[in-house]
Ligand binder design. Sequence first.
Ligand SMILES: [Zn+2]
Length: 199
Amino acid sequence: MTPAPIVELERCLARLPGFGRRSASRAALALVREPARLLRPLADALRAADDGVRCCTRCGAFTEAGRDPCGTCTDETRDGSLVCVVEEPADIVAIEASGAFRGRYHALGGKLSPARHFGPEKLRFAELVDRVVREGVTEVLLAVSTDMDGDATAGYAAEVLRGTGAKTTRLAFGLPADSGIAYSDPLTLRRAINGRMGF
Ligand SMILES: [Zn+2]
């Protein structure tokens, strides 16, 4: 009979991306077998992430608690005329890892889903238009996923940005269909960003 706390640990781990039930079980058993080396440092890191990670109110990227706007928003060496629109803050982490983008970001908080009745009022489109106008942005790179919902999201963004005078571009093809930006490798992302084209 497995003790209840281990069952609960397995259940939590199994919800993480990349974990199946078997790997969650293996990880849980490894953790409880080595509390000093594995379990307690993980527990501390989880607590620190919970206490210390926030989303920037300007761009939506992950930032440290107490640092808002985030480092990217306040970095004067970055090109403020270029904004990359993504779905989630995790996408920003992936694009930063590619090293191919030196503008600023705007995370929408998801993507449109006409099938699930998830409409534009639930995403940060109004904030995007406001920023493009106020910050004098001249190019908006739409780095959203390549599935149907991603296409709907890019189309809507291009439409609401039309009146701002900013040019909208999209990533070049090369990202696998139905894969999020966050799971793309740095080289693929770099090619997609460098080869971006008008929308
Ligand atoms: Zn920010």
